[in-house]
Design a protein around this ligand. Structure first.
Ligand code: C2E
Ligand code: MG
Ligand code: MG
Ligand code: MG
Length: 284
């Protein structure tokens, strides 16, 4: 009796694995097709200064237009990262963003110090040819690294820390700046903060969420801002959704804000008409 149950369970498990494997295979095929059909694109979310509420940059976020519907990265990035596909898709997105930057420069829409931030996964950074890939793309579009920022998470330091530190150093020499994304959610944040020579620290949305009604989160975020400031880093609060959060964050001094309160991620055209047109005019 128990033997039979056991065997059934094994069969069930095998079936489950087979289903999962089939699903992964389908997803992989869909993504290859999506690359071929050019179904990946990016949207832009503004970063604003807490003092002036003026635009200081934007984060590019990947989207997938699949059978007429827009798929969010949460649904496919983890899979992309597990397979090696993140390298190809990531390169595609970086190329698209650099092409866009060149276009903005040409149309005189790029103003001083404006940077577009791109999320770079640990897998991409770990590639031996990542630096070559980046410099090839910059050269192809004839743009300077200073228009770019790479958002990395603490996971980049898990595999080969020295290699990561070395690569960040080279990329910074190319003018690219770095921000440490989702700060506070990874492992042993402090040692990574010490070793990774980043310019910005982005406080994860999960902490920002409760600053106005959870005293613990309030203390935590205040300390993170202090820490970031003491290290000479620019601080970004992500996931800012309410007026109350904005007011609380403004009291903490100079800090950059990003979130639905200001804007959801927008298609480049909408981003331009809502933000870039006036900023470009003001800085001229
Ligand atoms: P992230 O880099 O931490 O990006 C912030 C996420 O928070 C984005 O989700 C953004 O749309 C969302 N968000 C911004 N403001 C608010 C807010 O006020 N409230 C709420 N609830 N959410 C807000 P999204 O676009 O779904 O991206 C999710 C994650 O996928 C990103 O988190 C990033 O880790 C990854 N990702 C996105 N694009 C790329 C990419 O091109 N390459 C790589 N490797 N990863 C990417
Ligand atoms: Mg990010
Ligand atoms: Mg983030
Ligand atoms: Mg995040």
């Amino acid at each position: 009796e128990s033997k039979r149950t056991g065997r059934n369970r094994v069969t069930l498990f095998k079936n489950e694995m087979a289903t999962q494997a089939a699903e992964l295979l389908r997803l992989e095929r869909d993504i290859m097709k999506a690359m071929f059909r050019d179904e990946f694109f990016f949207v832009l979310q503004p970063l604003v200064d807490s003092d002036t509420h003026r635009l200081v940059g934007a984060e590019a976020l990947m989207r997938w237009r699949k059978d007429g519907e827009i798929v969010s990265p949460g649904e496919f990035i983890p899979f992309l990262e597990e397979s090696a596909l993140i390298v190809d898709v990531g390169e595609r997105i970086l190329n698209a963003i650099c092409e866009y930057i060149a276009d903005l420069i040409q149309r005189k829409m790029m103003f001083d110090d404006f940077k577009i931030a791109v999320n770079i996964s640990a897998k991409q950074l770990a590639r031996h040819d990542f630096i070559d890939c980046v410099s090839r793309i910059l050269k192809k579009h004839n743009i300077d690294g200073t228009y770019l920022e790479f958002e990395i998470t603490e996971s980049v330091a898990l595999d080969n820390k020295d290699d990561t530190i070395h690569k960040i150093d080279i990329l910074k020499k190319m003018g690219i700046s770095f921000s440490l994304d989702d700060f506070g959610t990874g492992y042993s944040s402090l040692s990574h903060l010490k070793d990774l020579d980043v310019n910005k620290l982005k406080i994860d949305r999960s902490f920002v969420n409760d600053i106005t009604h959870d005293p613990q989160d309030e203390k935590l975020v205040r300390s993170i801002i202090q820490l970031s400031r003491n290290l000479g880093l620019v601080t970004v609060a992500e996931g800012v959704e309410t007026q109350a959060q904005v007011e609380w964050l403004m009291l903490q001094g100079e800090i950059l804000l990003q979130g639905y309160y200001f804007s959801k991620p927008l298609l480049p055209e909408a981003f331009e008409s809502k933000y870039l047109t006036q900023e470009a005019a003001m800085s001229r």
